[in-house]
Design a protein around this ligand. Structure first.
Ligand code: G3P
Ligand code: MG
Length: 358
């Protein structure tokens, strides 16, 4: 078994489908985390979930597992948005996903000072939503027309950040498309460059429109439902389809993608893991430089497994994937990406890895 200071092994845990399923803990998850805490083996949580601050989200996970966990060990889908604050913190950004007010507060907590939601746009421009009947009350409650210069605004939106799965897809698809076609990010305008075949991408997204960021590529995720449910990646696919149609098939949607399986998120996770191992007050006394292997335990081949398999660490750390059978991936099926190892659940995964590391 790996010992305290000589240990060179660390773990990264996916959450949904590995440690919990909806609100319920997965059997053996609590004991596994406790075991690693007792052995002082460093680990982080690396999830494509989000919607709360790192502190609030890790507290929620701790409650579900009945454990005390630290925010310094926690990387969620939108945690790397922190790196965008120097560029966009003083500009105006549109935030999409979750309940508008919650994401507005979250973006403020990260350091984005000027935050607009799609509910705000609806409050400022009442005909923006073609089908408002079912969601009007929610948007009236949460939208602040004062966030924009009414009626159509002279506010320039510099970036669109999708934080979690949008709830009112029709409005959000409409607002995002409007802005991506706009003249320099001003709501209600259209760029003269759109459709100019002399420009790359036929001039689409060449008129100073906002940069678009997604943070969770997952098309689906594991919940209490018997079949996986749509995640943020499904909304991205919808927007790509709408965009193709909106541009007459002449342009592909251009965007930035964070979250597992992107290398950017694995790099971010590795940074957090090394910092945690090296210095957090409640962290293992192991030096970050001593880590040479990270086992990524996940349930989604498209996210956890391919991400760990393809990540090239700048610190020479080997990331090895372990696929569990308690979430998206089902036992006896063929995973779309071959893991380093397969285990029935997280307890068996960690037991196998620790034995292997001796
Ligand atoms: O994609 C939805 C998200 O909640 C999945 O979380 O922990 O399985 O990466 P996780
Ligand atoms: Mg998962």
């Amino acid at each position: 078994m790996s010992s305290t200071k000589d240990s060179t092994v660390a773990f990264a845990f996916d959450i949904d489908g590995v440690l919990v399923k909806g609100k319920k803990p997965i059997p053996g998850a609590r004991e596994t985390i406790q075991l690693l805490q007792g052995l002082r083996i460093p680990f982080i949580f690396l999830t494509n979930g989000g919607g709360h601050t790192e502190e609030a989200h890790v507290a929620k996970l701790g409650q579900r597992l009945d454990l005390t966990l630290g925010a310094k060990q926690f990387v969620q889908s939108h945690t790397p948005f922190l790196d965008l604050v120097p560029k966009y913190g003083e500009k105006t950004v549109l935030v999409l996903g979750g309940l508008g007010q919650q994401i507005r507060d979250l973006a403020h907590a990260y350091g984005f000072k000027n935050v607009v939601t799609s509910s705000d746009i609806m409050a400022a421009c009442e005909h923006v939503h073609p089908f408002p009947e079912m969601t009007r009350d929610h948007h009236s409650e949460h939208g602040r027309s004062s966030s924009l210069d009414t009626p159509l605004g002279s506010t320039q939106i510099a970036a669109i950040l999708v934080w979690t799965s949008p709830r009112d897809w029709c409005l959000d698809l409409q607002v995002a498309t409007d802005l991506l076609l706009s003249d320099a990010g001003v709501i209600g305008t259209r760029s003269p460059a759109n459709g100019d075949d002399a420009l790359p991408n036929s001039g689409f997204q060449r008129g100073g429109q906002p940069e678009l960021f997604f943070c969770n590529p997952d098309f689906e995720w594991s919940t209490e439902h018997e079949h996986p449910r749509f995640a943020q990646g499904a909304f991205r696919e919808a927007l790509k389809g709408v965009w193709r149609q909106a541009t007459g098939g002449r342009a592909e949607l251009e965007y930035n993608l964070l979250g597992k399986p992107t290398a950017a998120t694995y790099r971010y996770g590795e940074r957090v893991l090394r910092e945690y191992a090296a210095g957090a007050p409640d962290a293992p006394s192991q030096r970050a430089s001593a880590i040479d292997t990270v086992y990524m335990v996940g349930d989604n081949p498209e996210s956890d497994i391919v991400g760990a398999n393809s990540y090239q660490s700048p610190h020479g750390i080997a990331w090895k994937s372990i696929l569990v059978e308690t979430g998206v991936y089902k036992a006896n099926s063929v995973p779309s990406h071959k893991p380093y190892h397969t285990a029935p659940n997280v307890a068996a995964a960690v037991e196998w890895a620790l034995k292997r590391e001796g």
